[in-house]
Design a protein around this ligand. Structure first.
Ligand code: ADP
Length: 168
């Protein structure tokens, strides 16, 4: 793809490739039911991140418990898992430089009341129990969550033309 670029630009491409990371993002049943899929996908897309996997699934309660296993001691765990398995969830993997941390910034604080305007939860949600979206909170979690939700062959590796305009 970039074979016709001068050497210094090829080095820049290599440097960016080394920084690339992937994160797991899910629009929870409330976000799907409220018709917010396109709004949320657009925010990640417009930022310059790349969608590498996407599917609509209804997770079983057992699967929801696996996804939220870190929270099993919390009083809201059972209700949270019931809720996650109550309808279709849009599961996605997004790729880009800094996408794990910046994805969390796009999403906003866990409690929408504490999320800044301009963030997904700040703009589109009101209460913590219906905060419409999930995003991995670190590199290890991202790896585990991607593995839990997707088979390796569902993760697409491809180049989009605009990448050279996003990364230089
Ligand atoms: P985040 O989703 O921002 O990573 P957590 O991992 O702490 O936040 O919690 C996972 C999910 O559990 C939250 O997104 C929210 O849906 C739910 N949750 C968190 N705290 C509460 C709470 N106090 N009451 C009800 N649900 C909660």
């Amino acid at each position: 793809m970039f074979l016709d670029l001068p050497a210094y630009m090829l080095q820049e491409q290599d440097a960016h490739a080394a920084e690339m990371e992937r994160t797991f993002i899910a629009i929870k049943p409330d976000g799907v039911q409220r018709g917010l899929i396109s709004e949320i996908v657009a925010r990640f897309e417009r930022k310059g991140f790349k969608l590498v996997a996407i599917k609509l699934v209804v997770p079983s309660k057992d699967f929801a418990q696996k996804h939220y296993h870190d929270l099993k001691e919390r009083p809201f765990f059972n209700g949270l898992c019931d809720f996650l398995s109550s309808g279709p969830v849009l599961a996605m993997v997004w790729e880009g430089e800094g996408v794990i941390k910046y994805g969390r910034k796009l999403i906003g604080a866990t409690d929408p009341q504490k999320s800044e305007p301009g963030t997904i939860r700040g703009d589109l949600a009101v209460v913590v129990g219906r905060n419409i979206i999930h995003g991995s909170d670190g590199p290890e979690t991202a790896k585990d969550e991607i593995k839990l939700w997707f088979k390796p062959e569902e993760l697409n590796t491809y180049t989009i033309n605009s990448e050279k305009w996003v990364y230089g």
